[in-house]
Design a protein around this ligand. Sequence first.
Ligand code: 13P
Ligand code: SF4
Length: 302
Amino acid sequence: WLRYAPYVKAINELKKEKDAVILAHNYMTPQIFHGVADFVGDSLQLAIEATKVKEQVIVQCGVHFMAETSKILSPEKTVLIPDSKAGCSLAESITAKDIAGMRAKYPGAPVVSYVNTTAEVKAASDICCTSSNAVDIVNSMESDLVIMTPDGHLAQNVAKETDKKIVYWEGECMVHIEFKADELREYRKYEPDAVIIAHPECPVDVVAEADFSGSTAGMINYVKENKPEKVLLVTECSMGSNIADEVPEVHFLGPCNLCPHMQKITLEKILWSLHTMTEEVIVDPEMAVKARLAVQRMIDRK
Ligand code: 13P
Ligand code: SF4
C-alpha cells in the first residue's frame, strides 16, 4: 500500500479539482477498489449509478463496454476510460450484422443482449440484461422463443431456469471458460466443506458443480451474508482480494484467473486519465439513442 499511497492521494485530489467520480467494477484491483473508487458494483449497479451521478466527469474503471454504457445513459457527462484498449472477449464476438442474421433466422423472436456488448450491438437489440437479471428479463419477454447474445454459456445457464426456448450466439468469456467441472470436483474431494460460488458466464457443467451462482455483486453478498469458512470463488480472482478484509473469517481458496482487460486499468493510468482528461468515450449520438432504449428497458424492468 505504501507504493500506491502517492497515487491514491493524487487521484483523490484531482477528482475534486475536475469534478469527477470514479465508478469501478468489482474486478478492479484492491488498490483501485478500496483506494480511489467512489462507487463499486456489478454491471447493473454501475449502469444504474451512471444515471444518478452529480459530477460532470465519470472515470470508468472497468472495460470499454462499461464506459460506453455510462456514456449512453449519461450523454451530457464526460466519460473517461483510463485505457480504451480494455476490451472484452464477449463484446468483441458479435456485431450488429450478426444480430440481423439471428433475427432473419428466428423471425419475431426478441433479442436480449448482455450488456457486455458494443453500443452498436445494443442499438440493434430489443433489450439488455446483465448476469444479475438475465432470467427475469428473459421471462418478461412475451414471445416463447428468445434470442440471447453474445454469451452462449450465460444463455445455457438461463435456459435451465426458464420455460422459454432460448437460441443463442456462441460467444464466450475468456476468463470464465478456463474453469473446468473436473477441477471443481477435485477441490470438493480435498476441501469437502468449501462452498463453491460460480459466475453464470461459466460453462453449464461448472455452474452445476456450484452451491450458488450469481453476478459479481450477488457473489459478494452471498459471502458477506453466509460467511462460509472456506470459499471457492469461480470468477476473476481480484474479487476475493477485494472483499477479504471485510470477511476475515472466510478463507478463499484458488484458482486464480485474471481478466487481462480489467487488469489494464491501473492507478497510474487513472491518474494520467484525470490529469489529461483522456481517453474520452464517444458514442455516435444517433446510435446512443437506440442503445439507450435497450439499456433503459432493462433498468425499468427491475
Ligand atoms: P457482472 O455484471 O456480474 O459484474 O459481470 C461483468 C463481467 O464482465 C463478468 O465477467
Ligand atoms: Fe469480458 Fe470476461 Fe473480462 Fe468480464 S471477465 S470483461 S466478460 S473477458
